[in-house]
Design a protein around this ligand. Structure first.
Ligand code: G4P
Length: 282
């Protein structure tokens, strides 16, 4: 069987990762939930709020460089209505990360004020990153760590195996992120995760996936497809569009048939490689 670490979540895995997060929670003041800005709902974990209890959290919409800015603004409003602050980032360049600590401090404003009243105004804030596989957790931690990722000493008694990454003089990040599972039992969620590449392609039917992506893109980004592939889209059937793309690109297999598999790989690669522009899928 193909090994698919990003999708093969068994109850045992889920319990283990849940236990690890629960174990780390007492060590941190705040949790940053990393979501994919292109699919912020599908990249959420179904039980996180319950898992965190009352622990303060905020949202980081990562891969914002790949998402439609107008839609990201709506997502930020949506989360604000739920009382959640949101930061948008591109962790490959570090864009948005300068606001990380400021956001942490805003969310923890009352706690910080209480600390100050007790004469502990410089107290270090501890944060933890959580998110589903491939959302960019490691990239974010490495970015925030910068040159400072030299391992700090273990904290005796409490955090024997935990290492902290220094973000600033008064903010530290747990260097191991909490890995969460997605709502994979929902077929729409599973499909969107597959579109973005969060689920490995070797476990999905690539042509069916690309055809569904095309059908999804036709709804809001039809002109982008038409411009990119120099075709006129007259059908809302993704497979028919794949044939048009194969025709236009001259993807042929023996016997004069069109190579729709090659067209499928092209569409998925180009969508993921931002060749179709910034696109949000929900
Ligand atoms: P994880 O720890 O949550 O599993 O994710 P990780 O940091 O490994 O990042 C997964 C992929 O996402 C990496 O690509 C990484 O470069 C990319 N990535 C992370 N943050 C951003 C972002 O803000 N914008 C963009 N465009 N990409 C981001 P990779 O190493 O090339 O892996 P893959 O693309 O082959 O899966």
């Amino acid at each position: 069987m193909t090994e698919t670490p990003s999708i093969q979540w068994f109850p045992g895995h889920m319990k283990k990762t849940e236990r690890e997060i629960i174990k780390s929670l007492p060590l941190v003041d705040i949790v940053a939930e990393l979501l994919d800005a292109r699919i912020p709902l599908s990249s959420q974990n179904p039980v996180l709020p319950k898992l965190l209890g009352g622990k303060p959290r905020f949202i980081i919409l990562n891969k914002a460089d790949m998402a439609d800015e107008n839609i990201t603004r709506k997502h930020i409003d949506f989360f604000r209505e739920q009382g959640l602050m949101t930061l948008q980032t591109d962790c490959t360049t570090g864009k948005g990360l300068k606001q990380f600590e400021a956001t942490v401090r805003t969310v923890l404003k009352e706690k910080i004020e209480r600390n100050a009243q007790k004469g502990m105004s410089g107290k270090t804030i501890h944060a933890m990153i959580v998110g589903i596989p491939n959302v960019g957790k490691s990239t974010l931690i490495n970015r925030l760590a910068g040159q400072k990722k030299a391992k700090t000493e273990d904290r005796p008694g409490v955090t024997r195996n935990k290492q902290w990454v220094r973000v600033s003089d008064t903010c530290e990040l747990l260097d191991m992120p909490g890995v969460l599972w997605p709502k994979f039992e929902d077929p729409i969620v599973a499909e969107r995760l597959a579109f973005t590449g969060a689920v490995k392609d070797d476990i999905v039917d690539i042509e069916a996936l690309a055809a569904r992506l095309i059908e999804t893109l036709i709804l809001n980004y039809k002109a982008r497809l038409e411009n990119r592939y120099e075709i006129e889209i007259t059908s809302d059937n993704g497979y028919a569009v794949l044939i048009e793309i194969a025709k236009k690109r001259g993807f042929l297999i023996r016997g004069g048939e069109y190579n729709t598999e090659r067209a499928a790989i092209t569409v998925l690669d180009e969508y993921r490689g931002k060749k179709l522009g910034k696109i949000s899928l929900e």
